[in-house]
Design a protein around this ligand. Structure first.
Ligand code: DGL
Length: 256
């Protein structure tokens, strides 16, 4: 049985893997955390595109994956167009900040977007933002260091950076001019959900992308006739960094 490949710069993509396993319990997954080369968000497009291509080659050649999920907003922005061109027959899903669902959800139409510098500066994000900026006002906040702090499980630093970036976005609430919705535009950030809400206040809605990505993956596999029907699939964890750190994150957040 062929697995689905999933990758991120580190542990962030586990937030996507969690939704994938819930939607596709019979599938096998191979997850690669490219920790040695993280953070992607502060390294530039060429670097991230090269890493994404190398990981695709590895997962296709060594693990015979039947499909790939790019569980990283930064890698999707930098490389998905190249990967689609390199592998035209492969069912392939990426992630991007959920601006559209946020517009549908927000009442004040003032929406904060937390993401890496790489994602926010990308042409792909620029096009998405342009297509929606008549419908809402987006406050774009690059969060340097936050993915790295989550990666290192440095809770003090995670809390300090969440406080800083949440404050920089503005005021929160349901009155006109206040931010009522925050888009988590990096797959690491759902793991800082408690800290983000503690600083923004409980009335704010956080929007992440795990479930829509899982639904899209299901749709593509079904259309290609590639869905598996075993009871419980397996997960193989690979990393270019410390296996113990990835294992600890996977057991803490996914019970693996
Ligand atoms: N998890 C990644 C994302 O979704 C990037 C984190 C990093 O900077 O490596 O953008």
């Amino acid at each position: 049985m062929k697995p689905i490949g999933v990758f991120d710069s580190g542990v962030g993509g586990l937030s996507i893997l969690k939704a994938l396993r819930a939607a596709l319990p019979g599938e096998d997954f191979v997850y690669l955390a490219d920790t040695r080369h993280a953070p992607y968000g502060e390294r530039g497009d060429d670097y991230v595109a090269d890493r994404s291509r190398a990981i695709f080659r590895q997962l296709i050649e060594e693990h015979a994956v039947k499909s790939m999920v790019v569980a990283c907003n930064t890698a999707t922005a930098a490389a998905i167009h190249l990967l689609r061109r390199d592998y035209p027959g492969l069912p392939l899903v990426g992630v991007e900040p959920a601006l559209k669902p946020a517009v549908a959800r927000s009442r004040t139409k003032r929406i904060g977007v937390l993401a890496t510098r790489g994602t926010l500066q990308s042409a792909k994000f620029g096009a998405l933002h342009d297509s929606l900026k008549e419908q809402a006002e987006f406050v774009l906040q690059p969060c340097d260091g936050l993915a790295a702090a989550i990666e290192a499980d440095d809770l003090e630093q995670v809390d300090a950076l969440c406080a800083k970036y949440i404050r920089a976005i503005g005021e929160y609430g349901s009155a006109p001019g206040q931010v009522d919705t925050l888009v988590l535009g990096c797959t690491h950030y759902p793991f800082a959900q408690a800290q983000l809400l503690a600083h923004a206040g409980p009335g704010v809605t956080l929007i992440e992308t795990g479930e829509p990505v899982a639904r899209q993956t299901h749709r593509l596999l079904e259309a290609a006739g590639l869905l598996e029907a075993q009871d419980q699939g397996r997960v193989e964890l690979l990393t270019t960094g410390s296996p113990a750190a990835l294992q600890a994150a996977a057991s803490r957040w996914l019970g693996l």
